[in-house]
Design a protein around this ligand. Structure first.
Ligand SMILES: [Fe+2]
Length: 427
């Protein structure tokens, strides 16, 4: 690789650690500086793959063009990209772990592997991949790896270690938005709503500037608000940021917006024309199964907009994929294990058949991590199950679900309200 291209790659990786959207332009500049080198093309492919949509994955991989892998580093990344785009995200993850065992300072393998652990819902590797890398990094990058470890610790339920790692990361770079996000998750999981709001408000400039986590952190701020019954705040976040003019209709930002709308919907709040705009945006996307986490969020919008026929077609496409002979791959596994059951449950919710929602979702409620995302993101489906259990008169299940939620978050207003809505226990 030419020196100029190598320097640009270093800058791009630093931008990726900071979730700086300039990483896209810097990657293209690195590609232009050396049209033969493989790694700038690999980074471009990863940016497409990490968008979580097939269209972006394919365009990212096409951009690699005729760049041939020549070194061990090139070959490892080429294999990871090939497996990911072919649908075996787990193999890509393992290849990146093997690469890190050989080259523990390969920051790109760490960054991409960390996002893959998130997409795969593999909490332990989310924690351990970062923990294994930590001794091999120093200075500012060590701080960013601490922020990654913080998120993994949080998803593993080790909240105090997560908070401490996240705060240490913020000691290294107070603008580290991934560390801000990790500590925010800790506050969310511990039901520390006021502290969570104060933490985010104190650091507002860091996550509202131009960062790839602006929309997602806005979603986190809004769900703290919902816990305080701040519906107007949720609408303001939706209209100004989550579905705002510069959102760009990416699946990940639409998932956050739809998930917030669904929480309002579960609370009986009228969201106006927002559902139909969101359903239109999902309908404009390729409906072929690629990542069931996105399909489930498309279903929230379709069901929310009352388009049950379109939602049914989406579920039928998932059923066809699961039943097709020789089914395999990461999305097949996630869909067959839990994704399809949740999809069927969401359509049943739209029909008002709450007993069917329980029948579909209750058996898989402990398996939802297989389709990726965070506990906080998947909570929208757990809330759906609880609301349906109550509406279906499945009081014992509803009571148990409330008890579990309140054990984790004793001060949760929402969970307390769900418990109150149940008929009192006999004396
Ligand atoms: Fe999050």
């Amino acid at each position: 690789m030419t020196q100029a291209s190598s320097d640009l790659m270093d800058a791009a990786i630093d931008q990726l650690f900071r979730f700086d959207p300039l990483v896209v332009a810097t990657t293209h500049a690195a590609m232009a500086q050396d049209p033969e080198a493989f790694m700038p093309g690999a980074l471009r492919a990863y940016l497409g793959l990490m968008a979580s949509e097939k269209r972006d994955a394919l365009s990212g991989v096409r951009a690699v063009g005729g760049r041939a892998p020549r070194t061990d580093e090139d070959r490892a990344h080429a294999a990871a990209i090939d497996h990911w785009v072919a649908g075996d995200w787990h193999a890509a993850s393992r290849i990146l772990d093997a690469r890190l065992a050989e080259a523990p300072t390969d920051a790109l393998a760490l960054l991409v592997g960390h996002q893959l652990d998130f997409f795969l819902g593999e909490a332990k590797n989310l924690r351990d991949r970062a923990a294994r890398a930590l001794p091999h990094h120093e200075g500012e990058r060590r701080g960013y790896v601490l922020g990654m470890a913080a998120f993994g610790l949080e998803e593993c339920g080790d909240y105090e270690a997560a908070r401490s790692a996240g705060m240490a990361a913020l000691g290294s770079d107070p603008q580290d938005v991934w560390a801000i996000h990790a500590v925010t998750h800790v506050n969310e999981m511990q039901g520390r709503t006021e502290a969570g709001v104060a933490f985010l408000e104190q650091r507002r400039p860091a996550w509202t500037r131009d960062t790839m986590l602006r929309i997602h952190c806005t979603w986190h701020r809004a769900i703290f608000g919902l816990e305080q019954m701040d519906h107007e705040g949720a609408f303001a976040a939706l209209d100004a940021v989550l579905t705002g003019p510069d959102t760009g209709d990416t699946a990940l930002s639409m998932a956050d917006a739809g998930s917030l709308l669904w929480r309002l919907h579960l609370d009986g709040v009228d969201v106006g024309a927002r559902w139909s705009r969101m359903a239109d945006a999902w309908a404009a996307k390729d409906p072929a199964p690629w990542y069931v986490f996105n399909d489930l969020h498309a279903l929230l919008a379709l069901v929310g907009a009352g388009r049950l026929d379109d939602a049914g077609q989406r579920v039928a496409a998932l059923e066809d994929m699961v039943r097709a002979p020789g089914g395999n791959g990461t999305n097949w596994l996630a869909t067959a294990t839990a994704g399809l059951a949740v999809a069927r449950g969401l359509v049943a919710f739209g029909r008002g058949d709450h007993a069917a929602v329980v029948r579909h979702i209750a058996p898989v409620r402990h398996q939802l991590s297989i389709f990726g995302g965070s506990h906080a993101q998947r909570d929208v489906f757990q809330r759906t199950l609880l609301v349906s259990a109550t509406r279906a008169g499945e009081t014992a299940l509803a009571r148990n679900l409330c008890a579990e939620r309140l054990a984790d978050r004793p001060d949760s207003v929402w969970s307390g309200m769900q418990l109150k809505a149940l008929t009192p226990l006999d004396p």
